[in-house]
Design a protein around this ligand. Structure first.
Ligand code: MN
Ligand code: MN
Length: 325
């Protein structure tokens, strides 16, 4: 069957989806080819449209679509670091890890874990977009199945809470569970940007009790993104590390589209520079979570999220290349 419109002879470069006009085509993450063929994939971009673990304003299940849409604005060359992720690795959009039982949280998490186990077992490095932050736990169950990993966690909340209204697996508790399950080495975990009001003064006590480095927002503002990056590098060291980015770490002025905003956060440029300063670490997977388009006038949150995801993809690409060489 021949295509309706043959490849362009006038502009041969347009055979590369990265070169096609940004406004055209079907939305995939960064205009990457959509496939479910893991043998043709090095780095898999995956949507996880699940927000059954949200404790307050829901809507992050719509995050993957919104980030895909805004990610078409990003280009193939990272002007700050020189990384060209789509030239260096086979980066593919693997579609969504959609959930057959979205109203049964434990079942949904088991489905997510199963999906990511298939991806990881095939040797593909996953970069996901949620979804609420509860999805990081089943992803870690796959990524850290064979050994505990370190983690760089950027968020307004430490997400190391416990039982809430009868569930231990909501989006405020994934990293306590991950430590208990032996997925995270807590002394190789740093949490950056923590702030806001709490109902219990010891709500995030597990973080420090287990040995995590907590770098609250006040310290971040006093000492800056470069200090935070140096601390992250010191804490996680040279071993395998997972990166989890909660969009509510950004200031609500630059990321209003999220379920649990907290005033006085990280700016987009600080977040971009913090991520760029993490080059060279052995990242084995990453996610961006909590983009809720229903609260996102002007799509600024999804756009900033896509821009951060691009930096994260560059870090993952560099780590993937380093492991291969
Ligand atoms: Mn979170
Ligand atoms: Mn958060």
């Amino acid at each position: 069957m021949s295509p309706i419109k043959p490849p362009s002879t006038r502009y041969p470069d347009l055979a590369d989806p990265q070169a096609q006009p940004r406004f055209s085509g079907i939305s995939t993450f960064f205009r990457t080819p959509y496939t479910q063929d893991l043998s043709q994939t090095d780095i898999g971009l995956i949507g996880v449209p699940y927000d059954g673990g949200v404790t307050n304003r829901s809507g992050a299940r719509h995050g993957p679509r919104a980030v895909r849409e805004q990610s078409s604005l990003l280009r193939r060359f990272n002007g700050a670091t020189g990384v060209m992720p789509f030239a260096d690795a086979r980066v593919r959009d693997l579609g969504d890890c959609w959930i057959e039982q979205p109203f049964a949280l434990d079942s949904a998490h088991a489905e997510i874990e199963s999906f990511f186990r298939t991806v990881v077992t095939a040797g593909v490095t996953p970069v996901s977009v949620g979804g609420d932050h509860s999805v990081s736990l089943p992803i870690l169950r796959a990524v850290a199945a064979t050994r505990p990993v370190g983690m760089i966690h950027i968020d307004a909340h430490a997400d190391t809470g416990d039982d809430y209204l009868g569930s231990r697996f909501h989006h405020g508790a994934p990293f306590r569970r991950a430590v208990e399950e032996g997925l995270l080495d807590p002394v190789r975990v740093i949490q950056i940007g923590i702030r806001g009001t709490v109902n219990d003064p010891d709500m995030w006590g597990f973080s420090t009790q287990s040995g995590m480095r907590v770098l609250p927002m006040d310290e971040f503002q006093d000492k800056g993104w470069a200090y935070a990056a140096a601390e992250a590098r010191r804490v996680v060291g040279s071993g395998p590390v997972y990166l989890t980015y909660d969009i509510d770490s950004l200031d609500p002025a630059q990321a209003p589209g999220t379920g649990t905003p907290e005033a006085g956060g990280i700016t987009a440029i600080e977040a971009l520079r913090l991520l760029r300063a993490l080059q060279g670490l052995d990242f084995v997977g990453a996610d961006l979570v909590e983009v809720a388009p229903g609260f996102d006038p002007g799509t600024i949150t999804a756009f900033n999220g896509a821009s951060l995801l691009y930096e994260i993809l560059c870090l993952i690409t560099q780590a993937w290349k380093a492991r291969r060489s």
